[in-house]
Design a protein around this ligand. Structure first.
Ligand code: DP6
Length: 324
């Protein structure tokens, strides 16, 4: 009754930003991501009849509060599927700065779902695993797959048609992502709260939704033809539209820091000078930069020397779930 799984985080090129059902996590739009090899979570789940409650450690420290509740509630889903009432010891080790906009919840829930289902004896296919993972954290359902994946929002109320599907594997295209780390500080508005506030109050939310299907169609064409400029342009514009919705929310908020803008402006300047680099930003201040391998040195040098940049971590496309 024990299993270990490793999952990588993913970066959304077309963002998931809005839920139509909060309790089983159904999104308001499709999203599309690239799984990254640089950030991952390794999780061991062991069910044991002698436990009187679930136990959860992250990087060796016992976790309580909201995070514990989310993990335990997710284990309930697995227990219900398996028809077994047995508590678990969960040990997670994160190679993702938690809650700093690096979607640690994505690799975290993907690894938990994989290890938790295997340890209890469930044999799920990727689609079933993705559908389950979605209910832990939406973006996590895309981390089941390596390379490019699309989360199909689905139409049904019960969520049975809401899961991610693979678009192209990790070795399909050597596109790189540099995470420009500005601050490891915990973010002030979680993606969950930020998303809800935006859906409920931002007049820009509808405009955001209306723009998704065109972005999706075009970015998929760009991936299919390996047209880097096209993919970069659409991803960057999609990110800016998502972040614009937060400024229209009430009360308004932004995930950007002053240095976020400094990095964005530098990237625009690099493009004007002929270097094809693009950015995307999740629910945190750090900037993820898309580039092709031949520009790696330039990206590292130019962005690494900016004031306020504390680290640059380079990623290639990463693999989906692996069992250890
Ligand atoms: C900005 O997946 O963390 O990174 O479903 O509430 O757990 P919950 O949210 P989460 O949101 C991710 C938002 C995003 C965009 C994206 O990854 O698509």
């Amino acid at each position: 009754m024990k299993a270990t799984a490793k999952a990588h985080t993913n970066i959304a090129l077309i963002k998931y930003w809005g839920k139509r059902n909060e309790s089983i996590i159904l999104p308001t739009n499709n999203s599309l991501s690239l799984t990254l090899d640089g950030y991952f979570t390794t999780t061991t789940v062991e069910y044991n009849n002698s436990l009187s409650k679930d136990e959860f450690t992250l990087d060796g420290l016992a976790v309580s509060g909201e995070s514990y509740k989310r993990v335990s509630a997710f284990l309930d889903l697995i227990r219900n599927m398996a028809g077994k009432q047995v508590y678990a010891r969960v040990e997670s080790v994160n190679d993702v700065p938690t809650a700093a906009g690096f979607a640690s919840s994505a690799s975290g829930f993907a690894a938990l779902a994989a290890a938790g289902t295997k340890a209890i004896g469930l044999k799920l296919n990727d689609q079933e695993l993705s559908r389950l993972t979605r209910q832990g954290s939406g973006s996590a359902c895309r981390s089941i797959y390596g390379g490019f994946a699309e989360w199909e929002m689905g139409m049904r109320e019960d969520g049975s048609d809401s899961y991610a599907v693979p678009i192209a594997p990790a070795d399909y295209w050597d596109i790189r992502v540099a995470a420009v780390v500005l601050s490891s500080a915990q973010k002030s508005v979680s993606s969950r709260v930020g998303m809800r506030r935006t859906v409920e109050t931002s007049p820009f939310f509808q405009g955001w939704l209306d723009s998704i299907s065109k972005d999706l169609l075009e970015i998929k064409q760009g991936i299919q033809t390996q047209d880097f400029e096209k993919v970069g342009e659409i991803a960057e514009a999609n990110c800016l539209k998502m972040h614009a919705t937060t400024l229209g929310a009430s009360p308004p908020f932004t995930y950007w820091h002053d240095t976020t803008l400094v990095v964005m402006q530098k990237i625009w300047e690099m493009r004007l000078q002929g270097t094809p680099v693009y950015f995307t930003i999740d629910a945190g201040p750090n900037v993820k930069v898309l580039y092709l391998p031949e520009y790696e040195e330039q990206v590292k040098q130019t962005l690494g020397s900016l004031p306020g940049v504390s680290d640059i971590r380079l990623s290639r496309p990463g693999q989906g779930i692996t069992y250890l």
